[in-house]
Design a protein around this ligand. Structure first.
Ligand code: NAD
Length: 499
């Protein structure tokens, strides 16, 4: 028998406006990664049959939803934003309990969903197309965004409400209906978000939620011929499979994948500011962000002082349960992630990097109940080392020394990913050259690699994705396509390129 927390209960899928049991009758446990004994709830272990029902419900609702005027759709999204504001604290607590990051950060995660709802609610009265002159007299030319149909959305656990909102909200404003498959580690935050949309009045079938594992529930959603757009955020490995499946059916496909982000610190940088940024970038969310700073490329003149200060400050970070307001670094998400991080520490040691701090699981006292790992710093790293090339997704940072801006940029760009990068310098020329030459989708000057805002495009180059952007107005291109409309009011046959 499983020990149930007093608040623990059994949750269901949302299909056509009804909370339904999974057809398998099976459920997955959702446990607190800071206290493994605490069961948060039982969530559906759905399969292809549940996906089938959800896609059918979304297809049925699509006809009415696409015909609903966008400003009316927007009003519902605005109302959902207000509901999120009212529930922000409790949603943040639920999120910390199910995935570990500290309350301050889970509050930020909910806030990002609020921001996205308000931003896209405004878009309901814009969704601008173009009008342009025709080459012929008495003829009008215009373009309009049109929805695609049913959107299949697959999301990871590290931003359990923000990332679903980045997908659901623009999909809805454009007139699509959706089926969300959230990560199996964070279904409660998805339930909370979807509940807010329902409470706001989003009609039955417009938003559907099926929960379960990637292979059993995510894969059938990606492969379903009824989903005309697949938007996936997660690992590069799974993203490749999802992209290949989508390509076979000529579906629109938006992939937001891994990162190996670098902060460059030049000799003239404000040392304390750079250390602040490195700490937040590397150890915020325990390093489990796609934009986490996992490489610090530091110029030789400041390298010694920087490493000393960084190590001193990182050693003082308070690791613990994210619900404790004093905690700065929470647990890792699960056993598998803990083992991955342990494996990379061994790889780093074997490659000859110098372990300056951490490097081990933390098991003293209450920490033994969760997946805690000490903030870890490797120095003397070479660019080709695996710890400087591969995404670790944990509180492990590799410091690399560099001669000058040129060599820093070469190291920063010398990885297969291209999500985010940053530079600390007081030299505007160096900053502008870095902004131009860093091969990433996002660049920060004198700020760490994390900190995206919803009204700007988010995404990366190379193996970080397939060229789309989430967030900002750019995301509208993912969830709509253009219709070109010609209106000939001449009353005669006019032939383009001929008359
Ligand atoms: P993951 O790829 O293991 O899982 C992501 C989602 O895909 C989950 O919902 C999972 O159940 C599902 N899934 C797994 N196998 C599947 C399959 N065969 N078919 C369809 N769906 C499947 O990733 P994760 O561990 O949850 O998240 C961490 C990864 O996400 C990291 O690589 C991180 O960099 C990346 N990430 C990227 C961004 C971004 O915007 N670029 C943002 C956050 C996280």
């Amino acid at each position: 028998m499983v020990a149930m927390d007093s608040a623990a209960r059994t949750f269901h899928n949302l299909i056509a406006g009804e909370w339904r049991e999974p057809l398998s009758g099976e459920y997955l446990e959702n446990r607190n990664p800071a206290r493994r004994g605490e069961l948060i709830g039982l969530f559906p272990r759905s399969n292809a049959e549940d996906v089938e029902l959800a896609v059918a419900a979304a297809a049925e609702a699509y006809r009415r939803w696409r015909a609903t005027p966008a400003p009316r759709r927007a009003e519902l999204l605005f109302r959902a934003g207000q509901i999120l504001i009212e529930n922000k604290q409790s949603y943040a607590r639920d999120m910390t309990r199910e995935m570990g990051k500290v309350l301050l950060e889970t509050g930020g995660d909910v806030q990002e969903a609020i921001d996205m709802l308000f931003f896209m609610a405004g878009e309901g009265r814009r969704l601008y197309g173009a009008t342009t002159p025709s080459e012929l007299p008495n003829k009008a030319c215009l373009t309009a965004r049109v929805p695609l149909g049913v959107a299949g959305l697959i999301t990871p656990w590290n931003f359990p409400m923000a990332i679903p909102s980045w997908k659901i909200v623009p999909a809805l404003i454009c007139g699509n209906t959706v089926v969300l498959k959230p990560a199996e580690d964070t279904p409660l935050s998805a339930v909370n978000f979807v509940n807010a949309l329902i409470e706001a009045g989003v009609p039955n079938g417009v938003v559907n939620l099926v929960m379960g594992t990637g292979p059993e529930c995510g894969a059938p959603l990606a492969a379903h011929p009824g989903t005309r757009i697949i938007s996936f955020t997660g690992s590069t490995e799974v993203g490749r499979q999802v992209g290949q499946q989508a390509a076979r059916l000529f579906k629109h496909c938006n992939l937001e994948l891994g990162g190996k982000n670098a902060i460059i610190v030049l000799d003239d940088a404000d040392l304390e500011l750079a250390v602040d940024g490195a700490l937040w970038g590397a150890f915020g969310t325990s390093g489990q962000r796609c934009t986490a700073a996992s490489r610090l490329i530091v110029q030789k003149g400041i390298h010694g002082k920087f490493v000393e200060r960084l190590t001193e400050r990182a050693a003082r970070l308070k690791v613990g349960d994210g619900l404790d307001p004093n905690t700065q670094v929470g647990p890792l998400i699960n056993q598998e992630q803990l083992e991955t991080v342990e494996r990379y520490v061994e790889i780093g040691r074997g490659e000859g990097a110098k372990l300056r701090l951490g490097g081990a699981r933390m098991e003293e006292g209450e920490l033994a109940q969760g997946y805690f790992f000490a903030p870890t710093i490797f120095t003397d790293c070479a660019p080709e080392m695996r710890i400087a090339q591969e995404e670790i997704f944990g509180p492990v940072v590799s410091v690399l020394a560099c001669e000058d801006l040129e060599s820093a940029l070469e190291i920063a760009n010398g990885v297969s990913y291209g999500l985010s990068a940053s530079i600390y310098t007081r030299d505007v020329n160096a900053a502008m050259r870095a902004a131009r030459d860093l091969e990433t989708g996002i660049v920060y000057i004198n700020a760490p690699t994390i900190g995206a805002e919803v009204h700007l495009p988010f995404g990366g180059t190379k193996n970080t994705g397939n060229g789309h952007r989430e967030s900002g107005l750019a995301t509208l291109d993912v969830y709509s396509e253009w219709k070109t409309i010609y209106v000939d009011y001449s009353g005669a046959l006019q032939r383009a390129q001929i008359d």
